[in-house]
Design a protein around this ligand. Structure first.
Ligand code: TXA
Ligand code: MG
Length: 323
């Protein structure tokens, strides 16, 4: 495995060629780092599951570079989904749409729909464009972490998560820290009204303003159900340290809260974001820091309010799930 820290056009070309050959390329997006593979290559996709230790049947998001490629993967696209795509792509939303024959069971987990996203990070977009120039159709990319662990928001975090599992020809593209820090908003576009399956930086209010309709937050239908089925909800988005969303830290415990909260005596402050946006950006790195420091417990004061606080609280609830 090699880490490419200077993503020039020739290194992007190399990385795209690796994807075409069936190798894996981890790359930065504006949300979190993804572990990419050619979405039409069954063997490459099988390697994603192996490297992540992810149970088969969990569907993958296909990343494309432009709206022009959407109907290669999706059919019967409702008008509201086109409006969402126009408003937020490239950007941190994933649309779940009825699939075409190109989206095989090994991508969709056997479901009749497929998740599609156009990310906005310049390295991601350049890689996807070059991959398509070289004949590719889409890059499947789950977050580049082991199953159940915290998503990586830096190339170093990808390396810590996956170095032991990647092969010699695989690559990690370093595009700096992710600007958003939590995964994309997933929107179910398979019914006559959209609903949010996973909250993210594009919030319910923003989507409602854009479409002029009210929409549901339908989190029970998405990740949690699949994860429950695998009996692994407790370890999702979780560091090794045990996460507490109530109670007070004692000496040697980690502490995460907005900067306006003072650190309890003896606690180890591992993040002090000034805004909820910054909270999202630093949360996963703070969890990693807790593990690097060998902390056993981390106490978190969750953010309040609407907006991105909803996404942060969704991930915090999963990271703190009691066994
Ligand atoms: O921000 C993101 O979305 C990142 C970056 C790399 O793009 N990707 C990401 O992928 O978070 P992943 O695989 O870690 O999480 C995607 C979630 C999974 O829980 C999966 O079950 C759900 O999206 N998903 C994907 N395709 C789906 C589908 N067809 N129907 C329902 N859920 C789907
Ligand atoms: Mg993930």
């Amino acid at each position: 495995m090699s880490i490419i820290s200077n993503c020039t056009s020739s290194s992007i070309k190399d990385a795209a060629a690796s994807l075409i050959k069936g190798d894996l390329v981890a790359f930065p997006t504006e949300t979190v780092y993804g572990l990419g593979a050619d979405a039409t290559n069954k063997d490459a996709i099988a390697r994603i599951y192996k490297v992540k230790g992810r149970p088969v049947g969990h569907p993958l998001i296909v990343h494309i570079s432009s709206l022009a490629n959407l109907d290669k993967w999706a059919r019967d696209i409702p008008e509201y989904a086109v409006n969402l795509a126009r408003a937020f792509w490239p950007g941190p939303i994933t649309l779940i749409l009825p699939r075409t024959d190109l989206a095989k069971d090994f991508i969709t987990g056997g479901q009749d729909n497929v998740g599609i996203r156009i990310p906005s990070h310049t390295v991601a977009l350049a890689l996807l464009k070059e991959f398509e120039n070289q004949g590719g159709l889409g890059v499947a990319a789950p977050s580049a972490n082991r199953f159940g662990a915290v998503s990586p928001t830096t190339a170093t975090a990808v390396e810590i998560e996956l170095a032991d599992f990647l092969s010699e020809n695989d690559q990690i593209l370093d595009g700096g820290p992710c600007s958003i820090g939590v995964e994309s908003t997933i929107i179910n576009c398979t019914q006559n009204k959209p609903s949010i399956l996973r909250p993210g930086a594009v919030t319910k209010e923003i989507i409602e303003d854009t479409l002029g309709v009210t929409i549901e937050l339908d989190i029970s239908n998405s990740e949690s159900i699949q994860i429950k089925a695998a009996g692994l909800l407790e370890s999702h988005y979780a560091p090794n340290a045990k996460v507490f969303l109530t109670g007070s830290p004692t000496i040697g415990d980690g502490f995460i809260a907005l900067d306006s909260f003072t650190t309890p005596i003896g606690a180890v402050r591992i993040a002090a974001p000034k805004t909820n946006e910054e909270y999202a950006q630093v949360l996963y790195e703070a969890f990693r820091l807790a593990d690097i420091k060998g902390l056993k417990r981390v106490f978190v004061i969750p953010p309040t309010g609407e907006g991105i606080a909803v996404a942060i609280n969704d991930r915090l609830a999963k990271s703190a799930f009691e066994k």
